[in-house]
Write a protein that binds this ligand. Structure first.
Ligand SMILES: *[C@@H]1O[C@H](CO)[C@@H](O)[C@H](O)[C@H]1NC(C)=O
Ligand SMILES: *[C@@H]1O[C@H](CO)[C@@H](O)[C@H](O)[C@H]1NC(C)=O
Ligand SMILES: *[C@@H]1O[C@H](CO)[C@@H](O)[C@H](O)[C@H]1NC(C)=O
Ligand SMILES: *[C@@H]1O[C@H](CO)[C@@H](O)[C@H](O)[C@H]1NC(C)=O
Ligand SMILES: *[C@@H]1O[C@H](CO)[C@@H](O)[C@H](O)[C@H]1NC(C)=O
Ligand SMILES: *[C@@H]1O[C@H](CO)[C@@H](O)[C@H](O)[C@H]1NC(C)=O
Ligand SMILES: *[C@@H]1O[C@H](CO)[C@@H](O)[C@H](O)[C@H]1NC(C)=O
Ligand SMILES: *[C@@H]1O[C@H](CO)[C@@H](O)[C@H](O)[C@H]1NC(C)=O
Ligand SMILES: *[C@@H]1O[C@H](CO)[C@@H](O)[C@H](O)[C@H]1NC(C)=O
Ligand SMILES: *[C@@H]1O[C@H](CO)[C@@H](O)[C@H](O)[C@H]1NC(C)=O
Ligand SMILES: *[C@@H]1O[C@H](CO)[C@@H](O)[C@H](O)[C@H]1NC(C)=O
Ligand SMILES: *[C@@H]1O[C@H](CO)[C@@H](O)[C@H](O)[C@H]1NC(C)=O
Length: 759
């Protein structure tokens, strides 16, 4: 290997080899490392085997290569070595100035190039801020990044872990080494770093914290409890709190209606508020760093709850068919009023009108149906209140009065008139008699009446609320009562066939009289005539059946009176006498005659025989009769009041008497044998009968008991035969015109051997 001796020689060689430069191009050259720091070693090599050529840096020759020898330029001799085997060029202790284009040129065949970068490593990256305490919006942040050493530097800015790029208020300058944030905001606060790098090293600065003061802003006020709008019931408690966004934290001061309060907290509490606490509440924030102020305010209204709600009427009372107004008296602020009737909400209509924001309710007109309990209910934002009931009681009247009382009355008595007119409340009353006031009550009790108190009684009903009055009247007639009534007669005696008159004697005024007989009303007929307004009754002619008890009754408007009974007994007769006496009688008897005749009063009776009075009583008993006492007996009746007499007569025939009657038997009655009874009569007789056990025996035995066999012949009774069936008591009867005479009893007991044995 030899060394290049002079530049002249080098130039000579160069001209020879540049010769072929156009022919071969662009074979690759590699570096052992690229880029690389100053002071390090590098080996540049190629795949080609170079026998003749040069290594050049930029335009400077480093080494010339010849077959079998090399020449290294003097300027590189200390730091360069060339391996002829591998054609690799090694440079030691690289310098910054070694950066540049390296070329390997072979003669006529090959040329390769490589740009080598030699850099100073970065050290001691520092970050400086012009200021770190910044005010939002006012200040610009300037951050400067620097290194003690390093080349080819590139900068990356970091805020926290995020890269900061230019744009907006962020500017990069000074080859990106300076970061400028114009007019910082609170979002720019944070730790900033710069990261510096080149091809051979990288280093991050310590961080610098930008401390940004901001606010106060976004200021709010919250009021608890939350209501909208801000209307609060007095007595309650309210909390107001304010917030703001501020750094450092803002100072707070509260204001009320433009005046500062001694309140510096973020909250104030209002206890037991009153209406005078109403107003504007404001909180004022001050950031002493930013020197900025901010405030927020709210208007609050404190309202007393309604305390008194009363219904009353305005104007007069409720009078039927007239307007009537109710008023709702409310103390305090009221927003709304409602009216209730008997707990039903009232809506206005044609006859119910609301006025003055419902403070008044007018009935135009008021009616009966408006009676009831009315309440008004008032509302404000914090309360509602309902009044006590107000009772509407519609006043009316008086209607037309009605009078109760008699139209006729007795003198001496008091009577009561009462007057009533429909009305609410009850009317007042006055009574007038012929226009003179007599009472001021609805009832008027008269003094004991006299006849001159007949006349017109007027009732006046008046109503002091409606102011109306009405009158009604009634007529009264005062009548004397009937004091005595008697039936009288002037004629005596009352005789049948003659006219007769009864008179009703009345003490007092009678409007009507009528007559009664035995409790029944007496009617007129062709014989009974009433005269003088029924004062007299005349019987023409009088008859016996007019006898009875008579009353007359007198009536007037105030009563009636009946006379005591008057007994009328009509005299009449005698009628033809009636005689009771036998037509036949036996000698030796006493016979009684009776005679009677209809007559009032009873007649005197006398008996006559053969022209001689034999008795003067109605009952006449003869002496012991003898045959010569047969004849005509006459009875005469005489009424000494009517002066009349009347007679009748009857015949009596006296016959000879039957003296005795007996039953005789001639044999003993033996069973199944014939037996005969005989009736023995002393004196004349017309006929004989037989009796058994008080019963008459028939003539014909077959009609009787079938076991009895008998026949009757003149004065004998034949049993054919006699049996025990004939046992009994027997009688015979002898009769004449005057009487029947019975024999004593004959007991028949039939003799019966056989029967007794049986017993
Ligand atoms: C460069 O090479 C020399 C000698 O060949 C050696 O002493 C030195 O350590 C090398 N430098 C580096 C950075 O490797
Ligand atoms: C030169 O290069 C060859 C092949 O790469 C190698 O074997 C040899 O050791 C090198 N010579 C020197 C002095 O480094
Ligand atoms: C880093 O740089 C600063 C100023 O730029 C200097 O004061 C300091 O000494 C340097 N430190 C080193 C190790 O170079
Ligand atoms: C912010 O800027 C405004 C004018 O733009 C100024 O009035 C105000 O004083 C500044 N605030 C601060 C804290 O510098
Ligand atoms: C600065 O950084 C941007 C990317 O953020 C990059 O596009 C630009 O090339 C850089 N400027 C310099 C001078 O390095
Ligand atoms: C403040 O209010 C604005 C507008 O309402 C909203 O966009 C913003 O996010 C709010 N800021 C904060 C910190 O709440
Ligand atoms: C609330 O205030 C009223 C007067 O405004 C007072 O009479 C009442 O006692 C107070 N109530 C309470 C609970 O303090
Ligand atoms: C109702 O009103 C009448 C007069 O119109 C008055 O005399 C009376 O006192 C009032 N009643 C009430 C409870 O206010
Ligand atoms: C008046 O009363 C009517 C019926 O109750 C109701 O609808 C209306 O809201 C009320 N008005 C006021 C101002 O109270
Ligand atoms: C008005 O309303 C009242 C009760 O609410 C009712 O008694 C009355 O008859 C109504 N009048 C009319 C004209 O509808
Ligand atoms: C009226 O007030 C009572 C409490 O005093 C309440 O219970 C009721 O709901 C209220 N009525 C209305 C309609 O607001
Ligand atoms: C009754 O009413 C009439 C008018 O209708 C009046 O002239 C008279 O005075 C009233 N009488 C009484 C007693 O009130």
């Amino acid at each position: 290997m030899s060394r290049m001796k002079s530049p002249l020689m080098f130039l000579l060689i160069l001209t020879t080899i540049t010769f072929a430069t156009d022919h071969v191009c662009c074979q690759s050259i590699y570096a052992s490392e690229n880029p690389l720091p100053v002071g390090s070693n590098v080996t540049l090599y190629s795949q080609a085997v170079v026998t003749t050529g040069v290594w050049m840096f930029e335009t400077n020759l480093i080494v010339m290569i010849f077959p079998g020898s090399i020449i290294i330029h003097d300027t590189w001799r200390d730091r360069v070595s060339y391996n002829s085997t591998s054609s690799a060029l090694t440079i030691k202790s690289l310098r910054l100035g070694d950066s540049g284009l390296y070329t390997l040129q072979t003669v006529n065949s090959f040329r390769g190039q490589l740009t080598l970068s030699v850099q100073v490593p970065i050290s001691n990256v520092t970050l400086k801020a012009r200021a770190t305490n910044l005010v939002e919006f006012n200040d610009t942040a300037v951050l400067m990044c620097s290194v003690s050493s390093g080349s080819s530097l590139s900068y990356v800015w970091l805020k926290g872990h995020h890269e900061v790029t230019a744009g907006g208020n962020v500017q990069l300058s000074n080859g990106n080494a300076t970061l400028t944030i114009v007019s910082v905001t609170l979002y720019d606060e944070g730790p900033f770093k710069c990261s510096v790098s080149n091809g051979v090293s990288n280093e991050i600065s310590p961080s610098v914290y930008l401390n940004i003061s901001y606010g106060p802003s976004n200021t709010t006020m919250i009021i608890m409890p939350m209501v909208s709008p801000y209307i609060y019931r007095t007595g309650s408690n309210i909390m107001l709190s304010c917030t703001t966004v501020s750094k450092p934290p803002a100072m707070i001061q509260w204001m009320y209606n433009g005046m500062y309060l001694n309140e510096y907290g973020s909250q104030i509490q209002l206890y037991n508020i009153t209406e005078s606490d109403s107003g504007s509440y404001k909180c004022v924030f001050h950031n002493t760093v930013t020197s900025r102020f901010s405030s927020v305010s709210s208007m609050l209204w404190m309202l007393d709850p309604l305390e008194v709600v009363v219904v009353n009427h305005t104007g007069g009372p409720p009078i039927l068919h007239e307007p009537f107004t109710l008023h709702c008296e409310v103390t305090g602020t009221v927003d709304r009023i409602q009216w209730w009737r008997n707990w039903q909400l009232i809506s206005p209509n044609d006859t119910i009108i609301f006025n003055m924001n419902n403070k008044t309710m007018t009935f135009n007109p008021v009616q009966y149906s408006d009676n009831g309990q009315y309440r008004c209910q008032a509302f404000n934002s914090v309360s509602n209140m309902t009044s006590s009931p107000y009772t509407v009681d519609v006043k009316y009247g008086p209607g037309m009065p009605t009078i109760m009382g008699p139209s006729v009355a007795k003198t001496g008595y008091s009577i009561t008139f009462s007057c009533h007119a429909s009305s609410n409340p009850p009317s007042h009353y006055r009574w007038y008699f012929n226009d003179y006031p007599v009472a001021n009550t609805s009832e008027y009790v008269t003094p004991p009446l006299t006849r001159n108190m007949s006349g017109m009684y007027t009732c006046l009903a008046y109503h002091d609320i409606t102011g109306q009055n009405k009158t009604a009247y009634t007529m009264l007639t005062v009548v004397d009562p009937i004091e005595d009534v008697q039936v009288e007669t002037t004629m005596y005696p009352p005789k049948e066939g003659y006219p007769y008159m009864l008179t009703c004697n009345v003490t007092g005024p009678a409007d009507y009289i009528y007559w009664m007989k035995d409790g029944m009303k007496l009617h007129k007929d062709n014989r009974t005539v009433f005269n003088m307004d029924n004062k007299t009754v005349t019987f023409n002619p009088l008859k016996r059946n007019d006898t009875g008890y008579y009353n007359c009754m007198a009536m007037n408007a105030v009563g009636n009176m009946t006379s005591p009974p008057h007994k009328l007994l009509v005299y009449f007769g005698p009628e033809t006498p009636v005689i009771h006496m036998p037509s036949f009688a036996e000698t030796g008897q006493f016979v009684t005659f009776t005679c009677s005749a209809m007559s009032v009063p009873p007649s005197q009776i006398s008996w006559w025989f053969n022209g001689t009075e034999v008795a003067n009583t109605s009952v006449f008993t003869t002496h012991c009769l003898s045959l010569n006492m047969s004849g005509e007996y006459t009875c005469m009746a005489y009424n000494n009041v009517t002066g009349k007499n009347s007679t009748s007569f009857k015949m009596l025939t006296v016959i000879e008497a039957i003296e005795s009657v007996m039953i005789k038997n001639n044999t003993i009655p033996i069973d199944t044998e014939s037996f005969t009874l005989t009736c023995e009569v002393v004196g004349p007789y017309d006929m004989i009968y037989w009796m058994k056990d008080d019963m008459y025996l028939n003539i014909n035995s077959s009609d009787a008991n079938p076991h009895m066999h008998y026949h009757i012949e003149n004065d004998t009774l034949h049993f054919t035969p006699v049996t025990m069936y004939n046992d009994g008591s027997y009688r015979c009867v002898a009769a004449n015109q005057a009487a029947k005479h019975k024999s004593p009893t004959y007991m028949l007991l039939v003799n019966c051997e056989y029967c007794r044995k049986q017993c």
